[in-house]
Structures are given as structure tokens and as C-alpha cells.
Write a protein that binds this ligand. Structure first.
Ligand code: BV8
Length: 248
């Protein structure tokens, strides 16, 4: 296991007395659960596809079956995954901090499965399916060999209920995330490359409003230089250590 940064005593003190704690997570927190991150080379038959090209309305319009099959493959990966100590540490933090908000870019439900309750899903959830025309969530549809299946109400293709590149984020989740970033005394940015907007702007917004900001990531990101602290290490190791140090 690579060396992880020791946790500064001043961060422990700040987090212990913080009333409002906000956390943003990205694909990196699910890496130790075996869910490939968004920019890690994809495996198997998906290796030749760039997720950034597939996760778009254009790709779905051009190749609906390919995009549907990609998400079906990712749903099986996610279904086989278990929350890891990083997810559980954030569920514990939610129980300990007086006011706690968890914002995630992930679409894998692992925070919910680890016991986190108030989760803001900025990019939707791969377990939900919606009509590509009317936009409403569809729970069941007639068994069919056709891929994608069709909306039982209007006949348009069904699609995953996730936010693709070029699509607006759910306004209520984004508004709540912005408010939680502005109000935070401590803001943790965990397992995100800080490349995808508007999520990547949240840590900077928190810092501009006086929060102590903490990046938890084995690698540096474009956000690193703006952060108050950078804890270099895997979320599954650093987060449990942080929670144990702050709330022994
Ligand atoms: C929008 C769902 C406007 C689908 C995803 C400026 C402002 C606003 C928009 C833009 C802008 N500039 C460009 C844009 C457009 C675009 C964008 O940001 N492009 C980028 C690439 C330049 N943004 C959008 O299109 C957004 N929409 O702004 O709409 C609008 C407004 C009104 C009306 C119409 C339109 C929509 C973005 C959402 C895209 N959907 N996901 C799906 O999952 O299939 S984003 C996708 O990337 C995932 O959600 C993923 O979570 C996210 C970000 O990636 P990360 O989570 O950071 O994962 P990544 O692999 O990149 O990094 C992993 C990190 O973990 C690494 O740093 C690694 O070191 C670290 N790590 C690895 N192991 C560990 C670890 N960390 C800790 N522990 C470990 N063990």
C-alpha cells in the first residue's frame, strides 16, 4: 500500500468542531469496490470506447443499442460491487457531524448501500431508467429482445436516468449542492479528477466562502493547488483514518 499523507492536527481539530461538513465524491471512491473510474481504461470489449464519447445524447441518437448495452454492462459491474471502507466512513461522518451533505458524481448507489441517507446525485443513477422522449422514470416495461426497450407509454426508446455530457444537471440537486458548498466549514473532495463541470467548481466555491477544503486522492488534480489540504492516498484508507482521528 502506498504511503498515505499523515493527517494534520489542525484539520482534525477543524473537522471536530465544524457544524457544517460537505463532501463531494467522484468515481475514485468506488475504485476500491472494483467499479472502474470514468477515465481508467475500460476493460474487455469496451476498451476501445471512450466513456466521454459514449455518455452523450449524440452517441445515443447514433447508436442507441451500443449505449444501452454499455450501461447494461456497467449495471452488472455495479450490482456485483460492494461499498468499501471509504463509503462506510462517509456514512459514519454523516452520523457524527451536526450538519452533513454528501454530493456525488457517481451513478452507482454505493453511498446509499453503505448507509448514507442524504445523498445528492448530481449525475443521476444507473439503476434508474427513463423515457428518452418524455423524461419520466419507467420502472417496468414488457419483456422484449429489442435493445433499447421502448417506453410503454409513448414508444420512444428507454435510456438510463443519468446526466450525459451536454445535458443539464437536475436543478434541485445542483442548487442544494451549491448551497451546501457555500455553507460548509469543511469541504472534502474525494476521488474526483476535478475535470467535469459544474461539479468540479464546488470545492472552489466552498473555499471562496471560507471553508477548509481537503482533497483525498492518490494523485494530484487541477484542484490540488487551490485546496487547503491534500491527503494523498486511497479513499478506503484515508477516510476511515480521518473519521477515527476526528471522532475516536
Ligand atoms: C452541463 C454520468 C450545461 C454518466 C457524467 C464548464 C461549465 C459547465 C459545463 C462545462 C464546462 N466546461 C465543459 C463543460 C461541459 C461538460 C464538462 O464538464 N466537460 C469536461 C469533460 C470538460 N459538462 C457537462 O456537459 C455537464 N452538463 O454542464 O450542462 C447545460 C446547462 C443547461 C442546459 C444544457 C446544458 C454534465 C456533466 C455530467 C456528465 N456525466 N456521468 C455516466 O456515468 O455514464 S460525468 C462522469 O465523470 C462521471 O459521473 C464521473 O463521476 C465524472 C467525473 O469523473 P470522476 O468522478 O472525477 O472520475 P475520474 O475517472 O475522472 O477520476 C477518478 C479520480 O479518482 C482520479 O482523480 C483518480 O486519481 C482518483 N482515484 C482513483 N482511485 C482512487 C481515487 N481516489 C481515491 N481513492 C481511490 N482508491
Amino acid at each position: 500500500m502506498s504511503e498515505t499523507t499523515p493527517i494534520p492536527a489542525e484539520l482534525i481539530a477543524r473537522l471536530r468542531q465544524a457544524q457544517r461538513v460537505t463532501v463531494l465524491t467522484g468515481a475514485g471512491i468506488s475504485a476500491e469496490s472494483g467499479v472502474p473510474t470514468f477515465r481508467q481504461a475500460q476493460t474487455g470489449l469496451w476498451a476501445r470506447y471512450d466513456p466521454q464519447q459514449l455518455a452523450t445524447p449524440q452517441a445515443f441518437r447514433r447508436q442507441p443499442q451500443l449505449v444501452w448495452d454499455w450501461y447494461a454492462w456497467r449495471r452488472t459491474l455495479v450490482a456485483a460491487a460492494e461499498p468499501n471502507p471509504g463509503h462506510f466512513a462517509l456514512a459514519e461522518m454523516e452520523r457524527r457531524a451536526p450538519h452533513f451533505t454528501l454530493i456525488t458524481q457517481n451513478v452507482d448507489s454505493l453511498h446509499h448501500r453503505a448507509g448514507s441517507r442524504a445523498v445528492l446525485e448530481l449525475h443521476g443513477n444507473i439503476a434508474r431508467t427513463k423515457c428518452s422522449r418524455e423524461g419520466q422514470v419507467v420502472e417496468t416495461w414488457p419483456e422484449t429482445d429489442e435493445r433499447p426497450p421502448r417506453c410503454p407509454h409513448c414508444g420512444a426508446f428507454l435510456r438510463p436516468d443519468v446526466v450525459w455530457f451536454g445535458e443539464a444537471l437536475p436543478a434541485d440537486a445542483l442548487d442544494a449542492a451549491i448551497a451546501a458548498a457555500r455553507a460548509a466549514e469543511v469541504f472534502l473532495s474525494v476521488g474526483t479528477s476535478g475535470l467535469v463541470h459544474p461539479a468540479a467548481g464546488l470545492p472552489l466555491l466552498a473555499g471562496e466562502h471560507g471553508a477548509s477544503t481537503v482533497e483525498i486522492n492518490p494523485e494530484a488534480t487541477p484542484l490540488s493547488d487551490e485546496m487547503t489540504y491534500c491527503l494523498r492516498g486511497p479513499a478506503g484508507v484515508v477516510l476511515p483514518a480521518l473519521v477515527a482521528a476526528v471522532w475516536p
